[in-house]
Design a protein around this ligand. Sequence first.
Ligand SMILES: [Zn+2]
Length: 133
Amino acid sequence: MAKKKYSEEKLKYFEELIQKELKESIAYLEDISHTQSKGARENSGDLSSYAFHQADQGSDTNQMEQNVMLMEEERKKIRKLNDALRRLFDGHYGNCEMCGELISEARLEMLPYSTYCIDCKEKMEDKKRRQRR
Ligand SMILES: [Zn+2]
């Protein structure tokens, strides 16, 4: 079965998107872990560049928990981005894992690590919603 594929140029473009997101995610993760370890050691007010300005000082632990969650999310994203890169090199990138159709360009631009087209994604979420009831 001949699959539809994105052109080399498009793939190159998506690769750049992924690389860029990956770099941002890693920088973001480093930023959080840096803040995290710093915050744990000394609770000085020297967190200037970070979003600790959000007023209430009583929520330090909340902030820490939130950071852990953010880091977890970011790690997941990095994993997905790496998977996407692998698919790109293997030549599977851009095809829906469910139906094999091309995932729309707009969707890949928003979520370059998408593995399902919007239709399949919606179907799955629909199913999930129904299962939960
Ligand atoms: Zn699909």
